[in-house]
Design a protein around this ligand. Structure first.
Ligand SMILES: [Fe+2]
Length: 341
């Protein structure tokens, strides 16, 4: 990355009634790459807020016309500005100032005199914290929407409720047993949620058919991993899940679809998902079979080690099962289903 791109580019609003101090603050922040707007008091700051939304407000407390505490209060009442982080500058440094700032929920305060390092460190830390919080909220909202979408698609399939959540919970347990890192766990989560999203292209008459599928119907069914992968590959945030989606029906011995990949040629996230998806399919009522006991499903998976499934992963799945991790997930969702599986 070129150095210029690494520089901060956030827009800041600095509110300070002492002109020399205001210029000093602006110069330090601009020299670090920030875009700085200035105001001499709270009233003037609100006028600036009428034109733009800064990423952070740095405000003196004691100012004429409208002081920093009143400004803070006013900004918190503007709906799309209420979450803008605030840093107070206080010359007094009195307990009252600090108490007032904290009791209002001010995010931080700096006591004058300030060194430029202190100023820059406080601004940077506050922006970073806000960015992380927003990202976490965005991710949570994104995942919740994806779950709703994926469950809507599953419901066409007559799967039991919470299929997607259960498959993900099993997958996470197995991946932790295999000591996968946090990044891989998150990619796996997206793969688990979206693995069957390509079924949106399959007519319900095929999805809900209880008898055997015709050759044409089966061919259509076998396309869902490719369709799902195509749906997701253009979305940068989800693209890491594409290999899992595309290969979740590949099998260790090459008997799967759509490519007939085998062994380590199958992405490991897809090998993992194949095991937990099969376990969930067996232990749920489906149009073409009634649910089997968890113990029998686990035994069936163990019997397919080295045939349909990766042997090392089956061993790890057995360890999870013996420890009760799998039963814990199974029972939790059974309780949510009101006892009906
Ligand atoms: Fe599938």
């Amino acid at each position: 990355m070129p150095e210029a791109a690494a520089k901060p580019s956030a827009t800041l609003l600095v509110v300070e009634d002492d002109p020399a101090m205001l210029v000093a603050l602006r110069d330090i922040l601009e020299a670090s790459g920030y875009t700085v707007h200035t105001a001499a008091n709270g009233q003037a700051a609100l006028e600036v807020m009428g034109r733009l939304r800064p990423s952070l407000i740095l405000s003196d407390i004691a100012m004429p016309i409208m002081d920093g505490i009143e400004l803070f209060d006013a900004v918190r009442r503007i709906p799309d500005a209420a979450t803008i982080p605030f840093i107070f500058l206080t010359a007094r440094g009195t307990r009252e100032d600090i108490f007032a700032a904290k009791s209002l929920g001010a995010d931080d305060y700096i006591t004058k005199p300030i060194t430029s390092q202190e100023l820059l460190a406080a601004v940077k830390a506050r922006l970073q914290r806000t960015g992380e919080l927003l990202l976490a909220q965005l991710k949570a909202a994104y995942k919740a929407s994806l779950r709703v979408l994926a469950n809507a698609i599953e419901s066409r399939d007559h799967y039991t409720r919470f299929h997607v959540e259960r498959v993900n919970a099993y997958a996470q347990a197995l991946a932790r047993e295999l000591q996968w890192g946090d990044d891989r766990l998150e990619t796996l989560e997206f793969g688990a949620i979206l693995h069957d999203i390509g079924k949106i292209s399959i007519p319900e008459a095929i999805l809900r058919k209880t008898g055997p599928l015709s050759k044409e119907e089966w061919e259509e069914m076998r396309e869902h991993p490719r369709v799902g992968a195509r749906m997701v590959e253009g979305i940068p945030y989800l693209a890491p899940a594409v290999p899992t989606i595309r290969a979740h029906h590949e099998r260790w011995d090459g008997s799967g679809y759509p490519e007939g990949l085998r062994e380590a040629g199958i992405p490991d996230s897809a090998r993992l998902l194949a095991i937990v998806d099969a376990f969930d399919a067996m232990t749920s009522d489906r149009p073409y079979h009634a649910a089997v006991e968890a113990g029998n499903a686990q035994a069936e998976i163990a019997s397919q080690s080295g045939r349909l499934f990766d042997p090392a992963m089956v061993d790890a799945f057995n360890r999870c099962y013996q420890r009760g991790d799998i039963a814990k997930v199974f029972q939790a969702y059974q309780a949510l289903n009101g006892g009906a599986n």
